[in-house]
Structures are given as C-alpha cells and as structure tokens.
Design a protein around this ligand. Sequence first.
Ligand code: SF4
Length: 288
Amino acid sequence: MKVLVADKCGFCFGVEHAIDLAQKMLAEGRNVYCLGPLIHNQQVVDRLIDQGLRVVNRLDEIPQPGENPPAQDTKRPTVLIRSHGCRPEVQQEVKERGFEIADATCVLVKRAQKLVEQLHRQGYQVVVVGDPDHPETQGVIGYAPKVTVVAREDDIKKLPPSGRLAVISQTTLSGEDFHRLVGLIARRGFEELKVVNTICRETTRRQLSAIELCRKVEVMFVLGARHSANTRELAQLCRRNGAQTYHLQNWQEFKPRYMEGKTTAGVTAGASTPDWIIREFVENLQHQ
Ligand code: SF4
C-alpha cells in the first residue's frame, strides 16, 4: 500500500508548549491540576495523569494545601491553563483561592483574547465566528461584555440591525467557513464592519497541506480525537475536496474494508495528535 503523509500535520507549537510545561512541572514534583483535559487526546492525557497530573472540571474540586491527607496535597496547587485559554475571571478565581497559575494559553489564542478586549474598548460590537461550546471560544468571549458567537448562518439573526461590528474567528476554524459567514454578515449593511482573521497559521498550513494531499490519493485518513475542532475541520475539508475520508482516533479503529480496491492512501492529523499515533498508523497501513 502506498501511503502519503501530509507535509504539515500533528502537534502544533501551542499544544507542544502545554505538554512540555506540564511535564516540566510534574518532573519538579509540583502539585499540578489542569482545568479540563490538557489537550484533545485521551492517550496523551492518560500518560500525563500517570506522571501525576490531575484533571478537574471546576476550581472548587481542588483541595486547599493541607486539606487532603495525601502528602503531595500539602504543596501549594498549581493550576495549568490549557492552550485554549480561559475567561479572565477564572484566572482571578485561581489567585483568590491562593493557587499558583501556569498559563499555557497559546500566544495566538492570547492575541484573539486581547483583540476582543481592544475592539470592545474601541466601541465595536464584537462577533466571534466559531463553536460556542468550544473552550477557546468560551474563554475568548469572556474578554468583553455581550460578545455574539456565530457558528452558522442562522446565528446572524442574533446580530444587532445596525452599528459598528468587529468580527474575529476561532483559531481552528476553516478559512472557507469564516469567509462564507463574514460574507453573509457583510450583506446586512452595517455602518462599519471590521474583520480580523484570527485563524491560526498552523491550522491553515494543516488545511492547505491536507487539500493538496486529497488530490493525490484515493482515500484520506484524518487522525485525531472526535471532539478536536481542528481535526473535525480537517476531515470536513477533505470530504469537501472530494476525498473519501475517515476520521479515526488511532490504528485500533481501522477496518480493512476502508482500503478495499484502493492502492494509495493519504494520512493527516489534527494539532493534538501525537507523532507516535501517526507513525503507528502509517506503518500498519503500509503493510495492508
Ligand atoms: S491550533 Fe493554533 S491557536 Fe491552537 S494551540 Fe495550536 S498553534 Fe495555538
């Protein structure tokens, strides 16, 4: 089987930085809690849990130093903020509870957060094009009051009828979706419409490289967690570009029927998919 791998795929620098920071702090013996899974990949998160990371959903689940019997709980907890970032009031609460903060918010997500703050100060009604349930969007909209999230065409009805509007994007959105929704917003005829494309360049590179690969193969495999936004976008993009596409988490989900009658396959992976999952998949697929 001929297997081609996308030029750009797998871990992005934001995810790598978050994992490196977690590993460094755990190696130092610090008492590290992550608010939500560190990245959208359970196997990587499980490895970090084995090294001592604890994952909580709320800050009140973290015991105060000395509150719980295990020895490590006597150390001051450190709350690790994921690359998706969080709302400013969460960081404030971490401080108020007396915990330390290790901020792994990706620099490109930070840029989007700052933009929301600035644009609001400049008098714009701020709009984020993205998934309202994604942790990055939930964090970004916390940087100004009354930010509107537009995920689909129907949401445009929620926008005010007139005024000065500023639109940014979730970092992992596809350029196609962003431009389409911005085009529809522009038709509403606002007095002023400012658009800042905050899709991250790592996402764009992965998307362009996947599109290029779609043209050369008979079937595409997109590796990554089901709930990883950028992996789902990659899979949809491959489908829209005419490739028969399977979104799988790892080799264990592969079925031989996916390759029946085919001789060339392409492999790409989302920004939270580690190299070893990609390598294992490619090696096994080559032997089909
Ligand atoms: S996908 Fe882009 S914005 Fe998100 S963590 Fe990676 S580099 Fe940062």
